[in-house]
Design a binder for this molecule. Structure first.
Ligand code: SF4
Length: 377
């Protein structure tokens, strides 16, 4: 299996070869749902942090006992996986108030799933020095909960080493992201998404080794001509998207995803934690300083400025903003983006609404993409 194929496989169901080996070696695992997660804290306790995905399942009959059809399909599929025996390798779950759909999971999992730890983090909705201090205080409480539940001591030294390891992962992914923009024929947008999803599905030290091999391969390769006309360069943004197959569909028309602003993509590696301050405060600062999503209040202008900077930096021809049905956060954001991009700046924008599992949406997706790309000519 080539390294790109390996990343794609690791972006599939979570019970992959690395997780199985980790459990066989007596390791513990902890699941989380959102880019606002203190991975470094779990890893410092030698607990493998894993970002939950709803892929690998079929219907949501189990989850539908607790959630309605107008709840986010990512949340419904994820809950269905979590309540099934397929995710019995999980020892802990961290739920955050990323949105109301995810927050609801805490009540359900706390009463329905046998876990060593089921914890909740109230992530502030504004980024300020007070809110970062408040988040750090919550992380100290979570640290105590982890130490009590797994009878382990999390020292500052372990935290500092964990931060350094996770920063290394972010630096490598940022390098891959630059390569994707500079040489999209060698490192496609679908592979970039598979990489960042795989990074949250296995031990970071082993992931870093895999990615270093792949980066060396790409940097040593010569990029072919790629045809007479330069491909259309797109930026892909929006809510939960963890399936590389969705990006492959878009790129199958010859366009390239030269950049992204996805919460499973560049938002997971756009900033580093400070290795020279109190490690818990460093983790809190990184969690709130990373490029924001629509859950953050009074922050739209910052998000828009970040997007406009990315459009120039990556020479983008068009933006695709995809969101899951019933995702109220991205529903509101899409309305503002339409005004900001289409009317104020005449940047071509395609708004797509979808279900979580790609399989069911390919036909409609292909029609919309084809029409959008033709409009860019
Ligand atoms: S896609 Fe939207 S509704 Fe679903 S979990 Fe993310 S923010 Fe919440």
């Amino acid at each position: 299996m080539t390294t790109p194929e390996k990343f794609k496989a690791l972006a599939g169901p979570l019970d992959n070869e690395y997780v199985k080996q980790w459990k066989q070696d007596g390791g513990h695992t902890a699941a989380y749902f959102c880019a606002h997660a203190p991975e470094e804290l779990f890893w410092a306790a030698r607990i493998l942090p894993l970002r939950v995905r709803g892929s690998g399942g079929g219907d949501t009959s189990c989850a539908d006992q607790y959630l309605s059809a107008v709840n986010c399909s990512f949340v419904r599929h994820s809950l269905d996986r979590l309540l099934s025996s397929d995710m019995d390798f999980l020892d802990a779950v961290l739920v955050t108030n990323s949105c109301d759909h995810i927050r609801r999971l805490y009540d359900i999992l706390n009463s329905k799933k046998q876990l060593a730890l089921c914890s909740y983090l109230d992530i502030p909705l504004v980024n300020s020095s007070d809110s970062r201090t408040r988040l750090a205080a919550q992380l100290r409480t979570l640290k105590n909960e982890i130490e009590a539940a797994f009878r382990i001591e999390i020292t500052d030294d372990k935290l500092t080493k964990s931060i350094a390891l996770h920063n290394r992962t972010r630096e490598l992914l940022a390098r891959a992201s630059q390569l994707r923009s500079a040489r999209p024929r060698l490192l496609a947008g679908s592979e970039m998404l598979a990489m960042s999803v795989a990074a949250a599905s296995m031990p970071k030290d082993q992931f870093n080794e895999l990615l270093e091999v792949r980066l060396a391969e790409v940097e040593a390769s010569a990029e072919g001509s790629g045809g007479a006309t330069a491909p259309k360069r797109l930026l892909l943004m929006g809510g939960m998207l963890d399936d590389p197959a969705y990006v492959e569909e878009i790129e199958s028309f010859g366009a390239v995803i030269a950049a992204d602003q996805l919460c499973c993509g560049s938002k997971t590696f756009s900033n580093l934690a400070d290795e020279n301050i109190d490690p818990i405060q460093a983790i809190a600062d990184r969690m709130l300083n990373h490029p924001a999503c629509p859950r953050m209040l009074c922050d739209y202008q910052t998000r828009l400025d970040d997007l406009l900077t990315a459009l120039d930096e990556h020479r983008i021809d068009g933006v695709i903003c995809q969101r899951l049905k019933f995702c109220d956060l991205w529903g509101g954001e899409a309305v503002m983006l339409r005004r900001s991009l289409r009317h104020d700046r005449s940047v071509p924008l395609l708004l797509l609404e979808r279900d979580y599992l790609t399989a069911g949406t390919v036909g409609q997706l292909r029609t919309r993409i084809q029409a959008f790309l033709e409009s860019l000519d």
